[in-house]
Ligand binder design. Structure first.
Ligand code: FAD
Ligand code: NAD
Length: 402
């Protein structure tokens, strides 16, 4: 008889680690494993803001999937998923389709626009390698245009960032480090470049530790960032945000939106019910209504019963969910009981450029400065270790050993 077929769609943190665990835990004869991904590489989503600011080589952010996944054990399908048909147990691809016995949906996120006029059409978004690279090319092209005299409008040099969640703040800090280099390359006076951040909430990084918020805000303001907090973006044009009740226009040659994320659009388009942009997964990480479909990573919320709210949705939780997902797939194959996901929060660390960071670890221990930055490198390297062993740390890691 045919072996059960497990199809994993999306090779981000959640999909890569689930596949990796399945190859470690399942015998060959127990199941066929198929991993579907848009590209033949996996990328570090958590480094995309560096690509967008031009402060990292994009190739360093990419990992060839065949370098870290055993392709003798896992059948790779490099194609784009256009629809999931859970009733028919099929996945529709741009160039074909696949049937499954068990499906893991790990298609990740897209940037949410909340229906704000102009954001979808005009703002740059940090979503994947390609559009992050395009952001940096655009920034540099504004500098070239200005330097060549093609424009004498100083606002062409402005970099405007909407939203100061972790993505916005980490990106800001990289931009702050890149601007002096661009100014010297194109012989432009640094004082002509404004870096402006607009945030609707009363502070940057809403909900984060107050002392660390203060540290980050002061650090970035000292390096020239202009903060417009408590200011809601109402509309986006190709070269501005319209903000606040008085509809003030803030002009800039580069307009980037980091206002929030939601599940990959394929999920909603395939009929899965969304709550605040994501599917409410069951405790065992399965989608509601379908006993053979798992919904993990940025596609879903998982309920934290102890605190009566969803667990944080980030790379850390995606990696942990992969363990539970793989174990539960094994349980289903063996007719055993599934286990509930419990998130073990190891803390949050956000970089403020290459030499600085802020974070909380071990519940409420605060870190900032070089120590926090070191911790960020440790976290990044730990993931590289999980997915590709020590070899991958040496190749792509953030700490140089020699
Ligand atoms: P993703 O990482 O988004 O992966 C989805 C995968 O699916 C990609 O490989 C993509 O190519 C593929 N895919 C998408 N659509 C299709 C399709 N239609 N067909 C086939 N394949 C498809 N979290 C942290 O915990 N720590 C951090 O420091 C951190 N930093 C971040 C920095 C930035 C700039 C951003 C944007 C996010 C950051 N996050 C961080 C959040 C974290 O990156 C996400 O929560 C995490 O990437 C979610 O993992 P995932 O596997 O669900 O999805
Ligand atoms: P987010 O939802 O965390 O932040 C979006 C920000 O945009 C919020 O502060 C929000 O108030 C603001 N905003 C929304 N609408 C607005 C409007 N109309 N006008 C002005 N401001 C507006 O989104 P994110 O920063 O993209 O992060 C997404 C996820 O990735 C989060 O779970 C985050 O924790 C995670 N992440 C983690 C790290 C890290 O741990 N180092 C880094 C980046 C992202």
């Amino acid at each position: 008889s045919r072996k059960p077929r497990i199809v994993v769609i999306g090779a981000g943190y959640a999909g890569m680690m689930t596949t990796k665990r399945l190859t470690q835990q399942l015998q060959h004869q127990e199941a066929d494993i198929i991993l579907v991904n848009k590209h033949n590489y996996h990328y570090q989503t958590t480094w995309l803001h560096e690509v967008a600011a031009g402060t990292i080589d994009p190739n360093r952010v990419r990992i060839m999937i065949s370098d870290v996944i055993d392709t003798k054990r896992v059948q790779m399908v490099y194609d784009t998923v256009t629809e999931i048909q859970p009733e028919n147990e099929r996945v529709i691809l741009e160039n074909g389709e696949l049937s499954y016995d068990y499906l893991v949906v790990s298609l990740g996120f897209e940037t949410a626009t909340f229906g704000i006029p102009g954001i979808a059409e005009h703002a740059w978004k940090i979503e994947n390698i390609e559009n992050s690279k395009a952001i940096y090319h655009h920034i540099e092209s504004q500098f070239t245009k200005y330097a060549s005299g093609e424009t004498d409008d100083d606002t062409a040099l402005n970099i405007l960032i909407g939203g100061s969640g972790f993505t916005g703040i980490e990106f800001l800090a990289e931009v702050v480090e890149k601007v002096p280099e661009l100014c010297s390359k194109y012989d432009i006076d640094e004082s002509k470049v404004r870096i402006i951040n607009v945030e609707a909430a009363p502070s940057i990084l809403p909900g984060f530790d107050e002392e660390l918020i203060e540290y980050a805000e002061k650090n970035l303001a000292d390096r020239g960032v202009e903060f417009r907090i408590g200011t809601k973006i109402q509309e986006c044009t190709p070269d501005s945000f319209i903000v606040g009740d008085d509809k003030e226009e803030i002009k800039a040659g580069t307009v980037v939106w980091t206002g929030g994320v939601q599940a990959n659009p394929v999920v909603g388009q395939s009929g899965f019910e969304l709550t605040k942009g994501k599917v409410n997964a069951r405790d065992d990480l399965r989608a509601p209504n379908y006993d053979n479909v798992f919904m993990i990573g940025d596609t879903s919320w998982v309920w934290d019963h102890e605190n009566d709210k969803p667990y944080p949705v980030n790379a850390q939780s995606a990696i942990q969910e992969a363990d539970t997902c793989a174990a539960n797939l094994q349980a289903l194959l063996h007719g055993k009981k599934l286990s509930s996901f419990v998130f073990d929060n190891k803390g949050t660390v956000a970089s403020l450029g290459k030499g600085d960071a802020i974070g909380t670890i071990l519940d409420d221990y605060k870190l900032f400065g070089k120590k926090a930055r070191l911790m960020k490198n440790v976290i990044d390297n730990r993931y590289l270790f999980l997915v590709g062993g020590p070899k991958l740390i040496l190749k792509k890691g953030k700490v140089r050993f020699f």
